[in-house]
Design a protein around this ligand. Structure first.
Ligand code: NDP
Ligand code: 8X3
Length: 254
C-alpha cells in the first residue's frame, strides 16, 4: 500500500496526537509538529507500531521565520502532502475583557490565527501545484458562539471559521477540500493551559458529565478526509451529548 501524507500541527497532545494515530491507522505517514520534541519522539514510536513513518518538526507556529525555514527543510518525497490539519492552538486565560492580559491576547491571536496562516502559507503551494489536497482547520464551538469571559479566544476561533470559509472559496479552482471541525468540550490539556497549570481548576471543567475525547474528534477527522474526492464535509460542529451550546451543559454535580 502506498501511504498518503498528513501534516499535523500540535501533534504533541490531545486532538493532534489522536489525529496522528487515527490517520496512521487509515494509511497515512505523518509529519508531526509541536514545540515539545520529547512528545514528538514518543508519538513517533506509537506511529511506528501502526506501520507509519513519521517526520518530526519542532517549531513554534508563532515564529513566522521558523515556520517558513523548518517547512522548507521537508524532503521532496514528504512534500506530497495530502492532508494538512491545522490544530495547534489553545485558550490562554478566561477573564472579563477589562481584566484580560495583553500577553494572553497576543498568544491566542498569534498562535490560533497567525500560526494557522503561516503554516498554511507554506503548505498550500504544494497542494495547488498538484491540484489536490484536504485542509482541516480545528475551530471550536467558540468560533460559532461567544461566551462570557471567552472574548479573545472566541474571536480567534471566529477568525479560524472565517479563514476556513475563505480558504474553501479561494482554493476551489484547485480542487482542494477545506473542512472546518468545531468541537465543544474535549478533555485534553486544553484547560490546563488555559488555567496556566492549575490542574484542580482544569479538572472541574470536565466534571459532572461525559466530555468528548480527543479520539472522538480524531475519528471524525479520519472519516471526513477519507470521503470520496467529490465530497467535502465543509463544516462539522461536534458536541458532547451533555452540551447543547457553548454555555448550556447538563452537569450532575453533588
Ligand atoms: P492541547 O493543549 O492538548 O494541545 C494543544 C496542541 O497545540 C499541543 O500539541 C501544543 O504543542 C500545540 N501548540 C500550542 N501552542 C503552540 C505553539 N505556539 N506552537 C506550536 N504548537 C503549539 O489542546 P487540544 O488538543 O484540546 O487543542 C487542539 C486544538 O483544538 C486547539 O486549536 C483548540 O483550540 C481546539 N479545541 C479544543 C477544544 C477542547 O475542549 N479541548 C474544543 C474546541 C477546540 P506544544 O505545546 O508541544 O507546542
Ligand atoms: C474549546 C471549547 O468551550 O472552552 O474551544 O471554548 S470551549
Amino acid at each position: 500500500m502506498t501511504r498518503k501524507i498528513a501534516f499535523i500541527t500540535g501533534a504533541t497532545s490531545g486532538i493532534g496526537w489522536s489525529t496522528a494515530i487515527s490517520l496512521a491507522q487509515i494509511g497515512y505517514n505523518i509529519i508531526a509538529t509541536g514545540r515539545r520534541l520529547e512528545r514528538l519522539q514518543a508519538l513517533e514510536k506509537e506511529l511506528r507500531l501502526e506501520g507509519a513513518d513519521c517526520l518530526k518538526l519542532c517549531f513554534d507556529v508563532r515564529d513566522k521565520q521558523d515556520v517558513q525555514e523548518t517547512i522548507a527543510t521537508i524532503p521532496a518525497h514528504w512534500q506530497l502532502i495530502d492532508v494538512l490539519v491545522n490544530n495547534a492552538g489553545n485558550a490562554h486565560g478566561l477573564d472579563p475583557i477589562q481584566q484580560g492580559s495583553v500577553e494572553d491576547w497576543d498568544a491566542m491571536i498569534d498562535i490560533n490565527v497567525k500560526g494557522l496562516l503561516y503554516v498554511s502559507k507554506a503548505i498550500m503551494p504544494w497542494m495547488i501545484v498538484r491540484a489536490q489536497g484536504t485542509i482541516v482547520n480545528i475551530g471550536s464551538i467558540a468560533g460559532k458562539e461567544v461566551y462570557p469571559n471567552g472574548n479573545v479566544y472566541c474571536a480567534s476561533k471566529h477568525a479560524v471559521d472565517a479563514i476556513t470559509n475563505g480558504m474553501r472559496m479561494d482554493l476551489n479552482p484547485f480542487g482542494i477540500r477545506v473542512i472546518g471541525v468545531h468541537p465543544g468540550l474535549v478533555e485534553t490539556e486544553f484547560s490546563l493551559v488555559r488555567f496556566k497549570g492549575d490542574s484542580e481548576r482544569a479538572q472541574t471543567v470536565y466534571q459532572g458529565y461525559q466530555p468528548l475525547t480527543p479520539e472522538d474528534i480524531a475519528e471524525t477527522i479520519a472519516f471526513a478526509v477519507s470521503r470520496p474526492p467529490h465530497v467535502v464535509l465543509a463544516d462539522i460542529v461536534m458536541l458532547p451529548t451533555a452540551q447543547a451550546s457553548a454555555t448550556v451543559i447538563k452537569k450532575n454535580l453533588p
